[in-house]
Design a protein around this ligand. Structure first.
Ligand code: 13P
Length: 278
């Protein structure tokens, strides 16, 4: 069943578990991610990044996800990941996405606040949820989303409180030491800052850069308000590595390869689902 982000995250936040938000950009990733949710009986957030509009249009992404998810029992939210372009945000709402992330984290605070507020007014009138970001996260190794210029700026808890109250955003992405991509060493996650943000805002918080975070850090983050964890790099890396191994021994029909890739995506997504624990 298709739903919006707010309905999935309000239960996760109050019951202290996190829902995985997994990036998809083709039929193999969409199907693999949703199958993982079905097999584990877990809600799924399917994130389609504005970055992947070269792979498919918003209307195509919405049509595929609607056709796969409409007659299954688990809640599925189709979410627009990282988007700073208002036109794309409004097109996604029109296409039937259940949630959009307006990412104004690179803008001056006042501008981010003004734009996020406007997105919330439009999206909420259409029963679509909104995630926004305050502070900004850096890029690690093999990041497909971040760039080397991305600077780490921790989220300021007092500003976060004001931002959430003014914008009425449904979920807030925070910067507390995670990076997009793979970590060079052990991540240094600032649970102290996260705890303070959570005490100030009282709404579901989002952790970007979920690939490769150790389990104990994940659990600590969930205990301190993180209700949505985004994973992209490790899904793509695992699927490519497994595909490469498979092709060393086989020369399959293209259609068979596609089914294999769906399996690889499902395997790695299930690993993260188990990690995040419902
Ligand atoms: P990773 O690529 O580090 O898993 O981060 C994904 C993400 O934050 C998507 O918005």
């Amino acid at each position: 069943m298709l739903t919006n982000l707010r309905s999935i995250l309000s239960e996760a936040y109050s019951q202290k578990y996190a829902v995985g938000s997994f990036n998809g950009y083709n039929s193999e990733t969409f199907r693999g991610i949703i199958e993982a949710g079905k097999e584990t009986n877990t809600p799924i957030i399917l994130a389609f990044g504005a970055k992947y509009l070269k792979n498919m249009s918003l209307d195509t992404a919405a049509a595929i996800v609607k056709s796969i998810a409409s007659d299954i029992d688990i809640p599925v939210c189709l979410h627009l990941d990282h988007c700073s372009d208002m036109n794309i945000i409004f097109q996604a709402i029109k296409a039937g996405f259940g949630s959009v992330m307006y990412d104004g984290s690179m803008l001056p605070y006042e501008e981010n606040l003004k734009n996020t507020k406007m997105v919330c007014e439009v999206a909420h009138a259409c029963n679509v949820s909104v995630e926004a970001e305050l502070g900004s996260i850096a890029a690690g190794e093999r990041s497909h989303e971040g760039s080397a210029d991305d600077k780490e700026v921790y989220t300021n808890p007092a500003l976060a409180k004001e931002f959430v109250e003014e914008t009425k955003v449904d979920a807030l992405a925070v910067s507390v030491g995670t990076v997009h991509g793979l970590y060079k060493g052990k991540p240094n996650i600032r649970i102290d800052i996260l705890k303070e943000i959570n005490e100030q805002v009282g709404i579901p918080l989002v952790l970007h850069g979920g690939s490769g975070i150790p389990e104990e850090d994940i659990l600590n983050c969930i205990a301190n308000g993180i209700a949505k964890i985004n994973v992209n790099t490790e899904i793509a890396t695992y699927a490519v590595e497994e595909t490469t191994k498979y092709l060393q021994n086989e020369q399959p029909h293209f259609s068979v390869l596609s089914l294999k890739q769906e399996e690889y995506v499902k395997e790695i997504v299930k690993k993260y689902i188990t990690f995040f624990g419902k």
